[in-house]
Design a binder for this molecule. Structure first.
Ligand code: ARG
Length: 267
């Protein structure tokens, strides 16, 4: 099990490496997706391997040695619907789509916004929920997109929040962290003025940190999807069919309410 704990912002060297890995990701899509396990192979093995970045409460996270969360429960329900057991593999967020195309897992469930760029490298399921990116700051700090102008903002590397932050405050003011804990720590300790992150992740941070944080406006909305290796049609079909079934039979609503107090499916 890999668990990243770095709390330092990424250097220029990291960023060069990231640009290279994105190129590798797009290249890997065509090179290796032929070896992705088909639905028949997955069923024969009895196990669906799911990759996630489990430091994203309430989606996937660890409590002691136990993985928990909305996407954890939903992934297990989808696997059950397919007649197999889920095996969860924890990885840094920016390794997930690359790992998928290297066939380290069959499916990725880790709150990936469905973007045209990612959709060139992997195939996305129907959205499994809808949400948005919000601003988080210390009391008195920036609350709106306009407030963010010229302010330093932290977030997790490889996420859809990166481009949104660049739009409002520019590359120079962006502070990237390998994981969310580092990005949040930078905000709490005053090293950045704000953080942009997922709406429900931010609510968790607010719950834990009481009066030390405030939530600002929603910067953008997104549809989140599960990903399979490019061209893995049989698996994608089964994942979509299973998602539709659990959404129709009440399982999805029950799981969603238990984590968010509401049903987060896209309307
Ligand atoms: N929704 C964002 C994106 O699509 C962030 C997802 C981060 N997920 C995670 N498990 N850390 O990039």
């Amino acid at each position: 099990m890999t668990h990243t704990t770095t709390r330092q912002p990424l250097t220029r060297l990291h960023l060069t490496r990231l640009t290279l890995t994105l190129g590798a990701l797009l290249g890997a899509a065509t090179l290796t997706s032929a070896q992705a396990r088909t639905l028949a192979e997955i069923k024969a093995s009895g196990t669906l391997k799911i990759g996630t970045n489990a430091e994203f409460k309430p989606f996937t996270y660890f409590e002691g040695n136990t993985m928990k969360g909305f996407e954890y429960d939903l992934g297990n329900a989808i696997a059950k619907q397919m007649g197999v057991k889920a095996e969860w593999i924890n990885q840094p967020f920016d390794n997930l789509l690359i790992g998928l195309n290297q066939n380290r897992f069959d499916l990725v469930i880790s709150s990936h916004g469905i973007t045209p760029e990612r959709a060139r490298a992997v195939d996305f399921s129907l959205p499994h929920y809808c949400s948005g990116g919000v601003i988080l700051s210390r009391p008195g700090g920036p609350k709106t997109a306009a407030d963010l102008k010229g302010k330093t903002v932290s977030t997790q590397v490889g996420t859809t929040y990166v481009d949104q932050i660049k739009k409002v405050t520019g590359d120079r003011n962006l502070r990237l962290f390998p994981n969310n804990a580092g990005a949040l720590q930078a905000l709490m300790s005053g090293r950045v003025d704000a953080m942009v992150n997922e709406k429900f992740y931010s609510l968790e941070a607010l719950k834990l940190n009481g009066k030390k944080l405030q939530q600002g406006e929603t910067l953008f909305q997104e549809k989140l999807g599960m990903a399979v290796a490019k061209g893995n049609k049989t698996l994608l079909g089964a994942v979509n069919a299973s998602l539709k079934t659990v959404q129709a039979n009440g399982t999805y609503a029950k799981i969603s309410r238990s984590h968010f107090g509401q049903d987060v499916r896209c309307r």
